[in-house]
Design a protein around this ligand. Structure first.
Ligand code: GBH
Length: 470
């Protein structure tokens, strides 16, 4: 049966600065922690780095023209702190100018700019002073946010402080899987709290500076017990949900860390880092909660500790990102998986949106937007016999996209007013520790020629936007 896509559901695509821009040393940009990390032997598969990436920095007008051709309604991108305040200190006009031109191009193409200030690329100079374990970094973040707002505030209405602070803290400072590659439970907890603080302070200051709509994007990976009658399985799901899914949303929406979470990790370094007034700052009212959803999990508790990150890209040892939940073990289900090994479970998205609406955003009047959802597949380029043109029949991604937009429609039908859906990603790009090996794009990038080819999934998203049907 054909379904209608409501006209007020905004559809688009997402990217992030480090993953697409390249031009790592141009116009005053200085290294970020990802430039450094990519050069640590074994940190990133095949030592891939972001020096060139999709060369978007030089091809931005063409890329926006492509978005216009697809009819995207919104484009979610991030600004690079290492361009705007290269050492974390003085602003750099040339760096800011790039985003000013990008915003002009987008507005000229009738595309709503959706700006994220921090998508993991901390200036290395700030990491050298402790990075997110240092409370001062939160203040530097506010300086940076205000600089971007000064230039773009007249044209950008949607401001997202952070993308997935769980990744910038626990995956980066505790597991060591992401930059800066530290492996300390205490550092992860400090980073988590300081990211929250930076978010709250920036929301307050940006609001005062006149920013219209403010929010944050969080990643959710809801956990359910393998056996709901098993006390240890229930406890496993509870721990994972606290540490992964509630660590950020709960203080932002409720002004406190969940008590059960504090019981797990408070004594490991979280209690020590929270100062009076912090939680009030963190709970500064927001307008939008961005939801990134890839998959959910079914878990059990199995001592001795089983590693949670089983799909590490290299041989470099990676620690558990879940302090006090090391024995939590995810169980594969009978579900199709993507090229990342992630299970495809669209129903989990509907459930998550309903949960967030009921638990947090509904009564607070905070809008829900799906700011990321997507899949990596091994795409094959074929040549169309009649036209001689390159084609990418990414059947699985088309299915993935359709199923997840359908899951959003299910949530809307259930009374959750979801406002938008951004597919991750517009372009194939630098997939962090997996380098260029994983392709999430609805547009293929040939990394030898930098040629872009719209995949069937891109054509399908364009069709959905045009015809408003699923
Ligand atoms: C997003 O992160 C990022 O925002 C984006 O930059 C990235 O390119 C995109 O997704 C695709 O990866 O089950 O223990 O192995 C995704 C967040 C966090 C989702 C880790 C999968 C697996 C943890 N990811 N999670 S585990």
């Amino acid at each position: 049966m054909q379904r209608r896509i409501p006209t007020d559901l905004i559809l688009g695509g997402a990217t992030a600065a480090f993953q697409i821009e390249g031009a790592a040393a141009e116009d005053g940009r200085r290294p970020s922690i990802w430039d450094t990390f990519a050069r640590v032997p074994g940190a990133v598969i095949d030592g891939h780095n972001g020096d060139v990436a999709c060369d978007h920095y030089h091809r931005m007008p063409q890329d926006v023209a492509l978005m216009r051709e697809l009819g995207l309604q919104t484009y979610r991108f991030s600004t690079s702190w290492a361009r705007v305040r290269p050492e974390g200190g003085e602003p750099n006009g040339a760096g800011i100018d790039f985003y000013s031109r990008l915003v002009d191009e987008l507005l000229g193409a009738g595309i709503l700019p959706w700006l994220t200030l921090y998508h993991w690329d901390l200036p290395q100079a700030l990491e050298d002073q402790g990075g997110w374990t240092n409370r001062d970094t939160a203040h530097r973040f506010v300086d940076y946010a205000l600089t971007v707002h000064e230039t773009l505030g007249d044209r950008v209405t949607n401001w997202t402080t952070m993308n997935e602070p769980w990744c910038s803290s626990f995956l980066s400072y505790t597991a060591g899987a992401h930059a800066p590659g530290r492996q300390s439970v205490e550092a992860g907890l400090q980073a988590g709290h300081h990211l929250l603080l930076a978010h709250g302070m920036a929301v307050t200051e940006l609001r005062e500076a006149g920013a219209e709509r403010l929010g944050i994007t969080l990643n959710f990976q809801p956990a359910e017990p393998v056996d709901a009658s098993s006390a240890s399985d229930l406890e496993a799901a509870r721990r994972l949900n606290d540490q992964y899914n509630r660590f950020f949303v709960h203080p932002i929406m409720r002004g406190e860390y969940p008590e059960s979470l504090l019981a797990d990790v408070g004594h490991l370094g979280l209690d020590a880092v929270v100062q009076p007034g912090d939680l009030e700052t963190i709970a500064a009212p927001i307008d939008v909660l961005g939801v990134n959803y890839y998959h959910d999990d079914v878990v059990s508790y199995e001592p001795p500790a089983a590693p949670v990150l089983q799909d590490a890209p290299t041989d470099r040892p990676i620690a558990s990102p879940y302090p006090a939940a090391e024995g939590v073990h995810a169980h594969p289900r009978e579900l199709p998986t993507t090229n990342m090994g992630w299970e495809v479970q669209p129903a989990g998205l509907t459930k998550l949106l309903r949960h967030l609406h009921d638990e947090y955003t509904g009564e607070a009047g905070v809008e829900l937007w799906v700011t990321e959802n997507g899949a990596a597949y091994d795409d094959e380029v074929v040549t169309d016999a009649s036209t001689g043109q390159a084609r990418i029949h990414d059947v699985e991604r088309v299915e993935f996209l359709r199923a997840h937009v359908g899951a959003v429609l299910d949530a809307i039908d259930a009374g959750v007013p979801v406002k938008g859906y951004m597919y991750w990603s517009l372009l194939d790009n630098y997939e962090w520790a997996w380098g260029y090996h994983k392709r999430f794009g609805i547009v293929r990038v040939d990394y030898d020629t930098q040629e872009r080819t719209v995949k069937d999934s891109g054509l399908e998203l364009a069709r959905m936007i045009r015809e408003r049907t699923l």
